[in-house]
Design a protein around this ligand. Structure first.
Ligand code: GLA
Length: 731
């Protein structure tokens, strides 16, 4: 049994494939955290870890002793105002105005399977492949029940954790704060590894030591944002890509979130992740329930790479639902950087025709096909074809289909332009405080997705377009953050709910569209990669990584993204040079080799290419077809440390049977005093006993040699902005 309860020690023991997590019902009913790490036997008594030394100034529950103070305990859920003075995970305000909360064990169940989280993305598995523990806690200051839910899965080292609050009545309570997961550690000897970025520079990995005091990061943007990603890794100081103990927390949520890390005066450490309480407050009526987003917890003793691979395979098997996840995606050409708003049906058809002749498989028509939109100042919300520009969309799509190409279309469902028929009809559908100052972003406003009628309108108009033509893909964009978060449809006491209800509305629209069009391939996007999160991946199998398509800039973006997310989720294209974002020119070969690491496509004017580039596109497409199965399904390794931030970076995919490897190595810049005269690439993940043969040169070596001594790539990586692919197969 992966989950067991010892009546004698009052201990829960959870086992994943290689890890264990142990918790215990403490003397005042609190749920104490005893252990999380590499697998240990169940049944052994770890109670001694629950007790710490008496500390001055640590109040304790009456009838107990100072040793039992909650302030010096490692807890599974910490409550506000009842003796734990750190950042706490739950704060419930009662009708008497008090926010004092205390969670006390009431009952538990262990059962096969895992129930969905109503309205929210959540991991899933066939009933016999997972088991769920529900620990029901009771708030000592109200009748509210707090249900802590933990699921473990066969062949995986992930624990899925969420919290549900149930109000049996008789009075409403206000949820002022609710974190989805908490990890307490006795020591602060860890580094925090997380992803920071900005527009066109998303998800660069950052590694900093935990320091005394509060730290962390968050989004208050109403979506995940370009700036940080909703996940954190706590890595032992010596952990590298391949070795060392690391703990991860990844949130399945696409709204404002917070990661709170605190190293206290005794160097004990607490890390929590969940909805950002700055923009959240929820009135829970008698009889109602509230579900927190889910967190995926991972422990690995195989370093950051081991942790990443746990997340990759789990997201693929248990989070991404799309029927496309294990399928080679159509190679697309997107017209955005080719035309921006300057196009008509003839230009789009010409693009499609040239693309088809090179082996490209889908034309994606980006922004500007609807309403009267010829720049970014109008028409969002008017999801009706601009027939003056495009004629009959159905006919255009038919013509493109006749070329053997699929057709895809851009939408930005959550937005509205002031200059739109929709705004003229429904000004009250905008998120804003009525009659007061409001903010614009890219000249646009945000629809109030908490309103059912807004979601209905969007579903009907988008479904109408999708039914009108053979549209097999949509790019779902979101180009500004939320401000003046206020809904004209909710009473004063529920305004704190709007930001979360917005996210629920976005999820509902996804859900309804996928029910109607189950095979629709959706690519997420938000001004590039401003909403790249595991919540979105529940609905969409791929997300545009960044508006920065410069191949060298893409390396730290894609390798940073790989901390949590698999290659098959990363939208990556070859674009024109000089690059539109960086004005840099690099070889077509390098652009192709970097884009190969995600979903593959083109973002340039195919009709304007010379013969040499056309030839290279054919070759790149050949490589995509040759390697995409390995890239999509293989195990991903960052071969070099430092997430692509050094001059030389390499990464590889290894097939499940360890018999095939594709490694990409890139040197961004060279100099006589480069990092090291020898570029030694040690290829991880191989079978040490097998002999691997390079596919396009006379070279063979044992797996053990390739893994430990490595290959010398110095000659292949001479110069600036050069790349090389190494394809190896075991004999
Ligand atoms: C965002 C996207 C781009 C493009 C434009 C269209 O910036 O990231 O790829 O779709 O919007 O307006």
């Amino acid at each position: 049994m992966p989950i067991s309860f010892s009546e004698k020690n009052k201990t829960f023991h959870l086992d994943t494939e290689h890890t264990s997590c142990v918790m215990q019902i403490g003397p005042s009913g609190e749920l104490r955290h005893l252990y999380y790490g590499a697998s240990i036997a169940s049944g052994d008594d770890l109670s001694s870890f629950a007790r710490r030394r008496d500390r001055a100034f640590s109040p304790y529950p009456e009838s107990l002793t100072a040793n039992e103070s909650l302030n010096i305990a490692n807890l599974e859920i910490s409550s506000f105002g009842s003796g734990d003075f750190h950042n706490t995970a739950i704060r419930l305000q009662k009708q008497n105005g008090s926010s004092v909360t205390s969670t006390v064990y009431s009952s538990h169940t262990i059962r096969k399977g895992k129930a969905p989280l109503p309205g929210l993305p959540a991991s899933f598995a066939p009933e016999k492949q997972c088991e769920t523990l529900e620990v029901v806690m009771k708030d000592s200051f109200s009748d509210v029940r707090i249900v802590l839910r933990y699921s473990v899965f066969e062949n995986s080292d992930v624990i899925a954790r969420s919290v549900t609050i149930v109000n049996p009545g008789p009075e409403p309570v206000r949820i002022e704060k609710l974190m989805s997961a908490q990890l307490d550690f006795e020591s602060s000897e860890y580094d925090m590894v997380y992803l920071q970025g900005k527009w066109a520079r998303e998800r660069h990995a950052v590694r900093v030591p935990v320091h005394p005091g509060m730290q962390g990061f968050r989004s208050a943007r109403g979506s995940t944002g370009h700036q940080y990603n909703p996940g954190i890794v706590l890595a032992s100081r010596s952990a590298s890509e391949r070795t060392g103990e690391v703990f991860g927390m990844l949130l399945l949520y696409s709204g404002s979130y917070a990661v709170e890390v605190e190293s206290d005066e005794y160097q004990a450490l607490r890390a929590m992740i969940g909805i950002n309480d700055e923009t959240f407050c929820w009135r829970l009526e008698p009889g109602a329930e509230f579900h927190s987003p889910e967190t995926l917890l991972v422990f690995s003793e195989n370093g950051l790479g081991g942790l990443s691979r746990q997340y990759h395979s789990f997201l693929m098997e248990h989070v991404i639902r799309s029927p496309w996840k294990h399928v080679r995606r159509p190679i697309l050409v997107n017209n955005w950087e080719a035309t921006y708003f300057e196009f008509d049906d003839r230009k789009i058809y010409e693009l499609a025709r040239s693309a088809a002749s090179l082996g490209i498989e889908m034309l994606v028509l980006d922004d500007g096909w609807f309403g009267k939109r010829n720049d970014d100042r109008s028409s969002l919300g008017d999801w009706f074809v601009n027939t003056r520009k495009l004629g009959n969309l159905g006919k255009l799509v038919e013509k493109i289909n006749r070329l053997g190409m699929k057709f895809g279309l851009w939408f930005e469902p959550e937005m509205i332009s002031e200059d739109s028929d929709l705004y003229r009809k429904h000004p009250e559908w905008v998120l804003s405080v009525p009659g007061k100052r409001r903010s614009l972003g890219r000249s646009q406003m945000v629809l109030d997705m908490s309103r059912k009628e807004v979601v209905d309108y969007l579903f009907e108009t988008i479904a109408g377009i999708l039914h009108s033509a053979n549209i097999e893909y949509i790019k779902w964009d979101m180009n500004r953050n939320l401000t003046e978060i206020y809904s004209a449809s909710l009473p004063a006491e529920q305004q704190g709910e709007v930001a979360h209800r917005y996210v629920l509305g976005v999820y509902e629209l996804h859900e309804r569209l996928l029910n109607e069009f189950p095979n629709l391939l959706i690519e997420g996007c938000s001004g590039g990669g401003g909403r790249f999160d595991a919540g979105m991946l529940y609905y969409v199998p791929q997300i545009w990584c960044s508006d920065d398509t410069d191949a060298l800039e893409r390396i730290p973006i894609q390798l940073g993204t790989s901390l949590f997310y698999p290659s098959s989720t990363m939208g990556a294209h070859v674009s024109v040079c000089p690059n539109h974002q960086t004005h840099r020119t690099v070889s077509f070969r390098l652009r192709g080799d970097v884009a190969l690491a995600g979903t593959f496509g083109y973002e340039l004017d195919i009709t304007a290419l010379g013969e040499d580039e056309q030839k290279q596109i054919r070759e790149q497409i050949g490589r995509y077809h040759q390697f995409n199965d390995l890239i999509r399904e293989g195990n991903f390794y960052r071969v070099t440390e430092n997430f692509g931030l050094d001059d030389v970076s390499a990464w590889c995919w290894v097939s499940a049977d360890r018999k095939e490897v594709l490694m990409t190595a890139v040197r961004s810049s060279d100099s006589p005093c480069a990092q090291s005269p020898v570029v030694r690439l040690r290829i991880p993940g191989l079978d040490p006993g097998l002999i691997y043969r390079m596919q396009d040169r006379p070279f063979a070596m044992h797996g053990s040699t390739l893994m430990n001594a490595g290959i010398n790539a110095s000659e292949d990586l001479r110069g600036n902005a050069v790349s090389v692919l190494y394809h190896l197969k075991a004999e």
